[in-house]
Design a protein around this ligand. Structure first.
Ligand code: SF4
Ligand code: SF4
Length: 322
């Protein structure tokens, strides 16, 4: 019997999700035995034409990581959607926009001004910036268009499932692959990770008081919390209350607070707003001036609360300056 065809592809991401597949270690041999990989540019030499030659729906499942920032990425996402029975948004960037989605705090113009203009390592006196189309004597050259906005994958194509995490851990990847191969899948649109919040599974939860109150927020290096202490109880921002569990508490176990890469739980629409609301309820003052002081002590509020989820949030992006 023919093995199911599987594709792995990457859009606007760092490559860590590709590493996560390699991190399956010996289990990757089981995957290779069970499926026929038809696209995996980071590891094998397939061309776009190979994918275009497949029948629509012929790929059983595509694991697509990365958000969508360019016209080329959008075109790959749409091609793979057409050729695939199932599309899994693989990792934080495909799921919610991820860290590259923080670029939505700027627009294309200001990004180009920095990257090709005033950054200290740039030598570009002519002020040349990439153009989508350029006329040369031989004709017109075209490079992918750089969009003004980074999109989560489901803002561009229909997505069947979400595998969260920066990057998704190997056990969840294997569980997802096993569920897909056995056809034992949850309803379409599910996030393939437990529904509880990280605080529910965190080993430090026992040290979190029932009534949590903090007077001052600290960065991890300012607090140096003891390994068993709840970060929030120590005044260190930890996004665990607004984050889905399933990562194995990777950061917590390394004595670092959670930054929210698993995204929100099913009942939360906006992870950053949820965390803001949780934080506001534990600040130990009702005095607006004191509250303001606490708020001012948070470095880069948007970057911290929406580190992985800005494009998929209610905010989506900062409004462009006209
Ligand atoms: S706030 Fe952070 S450290 Fe405290 S219980 Fe939740 S996840 Fe654990
Ligand atoms: S602790 Fe938070 S940021 Fe770290 S891997 Fe888990 S969900 Fe992601």
């Amino acid at each position: 019997m023919a093995k199911p065809k599987v594709a792995f592809y990457w859009n606007a991401s760092c490559g860590g999700c590709e590493e996560a597949v390699v991190d399956l270690a010996a289990d990757i041999l089981k995957v290779v035995k069970a499926v026929d990989i038809v696209l995996w540019p980071v590891a094998m030499d397939f061309k776009r034409a190979d994918v275009e030659a497949l029948k629509d729906g012929e790929i059983a499942v595509t694991f697509l990581n990365g958000g969508v920032r360019t016209s080329e990425q959008e075109s790959w996402a749409k091609l793979l959607r057409r050729k695939s029975g199932l599309v899994v948004a693989f990792g934080s960037c495909a799921h919610l926009g991820g860290v590259p989605g923080l670029a939505n705090l700027n627009d294309r113009k200001s990004i180009f001004e920095a990257v090709y203009g005033y950054l200290p390592s740039v030598d570009n006196a002519a002020g040349t910036v990439p153009q989508h189309k350029t006329r040369v004597p031989e004709g017109e050259l075209e490079i992918p268009e750089f969009y003004n906005t980074v999109y989560a994958l489901d803002q561009v194509i229909d997505v069947d499932y979400y595998l969260p995490g920066c990057a998704p851990p190997p056990d969840l990847i294997m569980e997802a692959i096993t569920a897909i191969l056995s056809g034992k899948l949850p309803p379409k649109g599910s996030v393939l990770a437990p529904p509880k919040s990280l605080c529910d599974t965190c080993p430090r939860n026992e040290t979190k008081p029932d009534k949590l109150e903090i007077a001052k927020l600290k960065l991890p290096h300012e607090a140096m919390p003891a390994p068993e202490k709840c970060f929030l109880a120590e005044g260190v921002i930890c996004v665990g209350p607004a984050t889905r569990s399933g990562c194995g508490e990777r950061c917590i176990n390394a004595n670092m607070p959670c930054r929210g890469c698993f995204g929100p739980t099913d009942d939360v629409r906006d992870q950053g707003a949820k965390f803001l609301s949780a934080l506001a309820s534990i600040i130990a003052t009702d005095d607006p001036a004191e509250m303001e002081k606490v708020a001012e002590s948070i470095p880069d509020t948007t970057g911290l609360f929406y580190m992985y989820s800005l494009p998929a949030s209610l905010l989506t992006r900062k409004k462009s300056v006209k």
